[in-house]
Design a protein around this ligand. Structure first.
Ligand code: UDP
Length: 335
């Protein structure tokens, strides 16, 4: 059985769905601090399976150990964690405590219960301010905020573990910019309050829930001056985890992959495409650059293609259609 921490969250829920659709047995653990219990019902609707789940905080070792006692866990995919970059600079202690402690506890339990297989949600943020794009996995690593540092610290911990105990199987997945939702419109991203990320923001402007998109800078060295990122459909990302699980189920060692499309779009590209796909006008206003942002960041996804046989199949139009379907289906429901 695969332990999916944070399995009610945005990427976790889509990955749990992909795993279940690939006939894996899954147990979700989540404390619902940034997710909604209704996700579990929707996963049941989508899979016609009973979802196994336990409400707990992964920093609660005793509670988590009960899951290992009740179920035969063969691997863990660890999504649970705090993820707001800005907030991480304000409450670094909470970020380090939550993101590092939970990982250490899970690793300890995986070892104790003889299931040394682990997939970690890392981020392209570990590349800091890369000098060029596309970015491959050998690029130098650096970080500029506590959120990013917590990701890099866990990566470092995992590299130390594999050096000491080569019988672990570990996958480090560096996500670029996940957007979109499952095509059913039943699960998607539901940020609390005003979104930090650009796509949920655009979608809420499209739905009339926010008046205007702030565009953070139009003087970057990019084709239209706005920041360029590698937006990846969350279901493509989810399928990347299924491919990674196949690898760690048969091989020991640690391997690291970028999960991105290899294609960059600017903020204004997103606005234009969103208007085209949905017919909604997106008001925007050019604002000063956001601190810590870089001009361009997109992946070289070749290593994942060669070694995992994984590549993205959903284009920007599909990402926007699915975002918009979820936005409309969740109209009237709590945000
Ligand atoms: N961005 C923006 N307005 C927003 C949020 C983000 O213009 O309200 C820009 C941001 O400057 C960056 C891109 O959108 O160029 C992606 O930002 P996001 O926060 O979604 O992801 P990041 O790449 O920072 O992780």
């Amino acid at each position: 059985m695969i332990l999916v921490t944070g399995g009610a969250g945005y990427i976790g829920s889509h990955t749990a769905l992909s795993l279940l659709q690939n006939d894996e047995d899954v147990i979700i653990v989540d404390d619902f601090s940034n997710s909604d219990k209704r996700v579990l019902e929707n996963l049941e609707k989508l899979t016609h399976k009973k979802i196994q789940f336990s409400e707990l905080d992964c920093c609660d070792e005793q509670a988590l150990e009960q899951v290992f006692i009740k179920h035969t866990i063969s691997a863990c995919i660890h999504f649970a964690g705090y993820k707001a970059v800005g907030e991480s600079s304000k409450i670094p202690l909470e970020y380090y405590n939550n993101n590092i402690t939970s990982t250490l506890i899970i690793l300890k339990l995986l070892k104790k219960y003889n299931a040394k297989r682990f997939i970690f949600s890392s981020s392209a943020t570990v590349y800091g301010s890369p000098e060029t794009s596309p970015i491959n996995e050998t690029f130098p690593l650096s970080v500029t905020n506590p959120y990013g540092r917590s990701k890099l610290m866990v990566e470092d911990i995992l590299r130390d573990i594999i050096a000491a105990e080569p019988d672990w199987s570990i996958g480090l997945l560096r996500y670029f910019n996940p957007i979109g939702a499952h095509e059913s419109g039943l699960i998607g991203e539901r940020p609390n309050g005003i979104p930090n990320n650009v796509m949920p923001y655009i979608s809420m402007v499209g739905a009339g829930k926010l008046p205007c998109l702030p565009v953070f800078g139009n003087d970057y060295d990019t084709h239209d001056g706005t920041g360029v990122r590698d937006y990846i459909h969350v279901m493509d990302l989810a399928e990347g985890h299924v491919a990674m699980l196949a690898k760690i189920s048969k091989e020991v060692g640690l391997s690291t992959y970028n999960l991105g499309t290899g294609q960059g779009y600017s903020v204004l590209d997103l606005v234009t495409q969103f208007e085209k796909v949905t017919g909604q006008k997106i008001n925007y206003e050019i604002m000063p650059r956001r601190q810590g942002d870089i001009a361009t960041c997109y992946a070289d996804p070749q290593k994942a293609l060669k070694e995992l046989g994984w590549k993205t199949t959903r284009n920007l139009q599909t990402m926007i259609e699915d975002t918009w379907r979820f936005e409309q289906d969740s109209q009237g429901k709590s945000r």
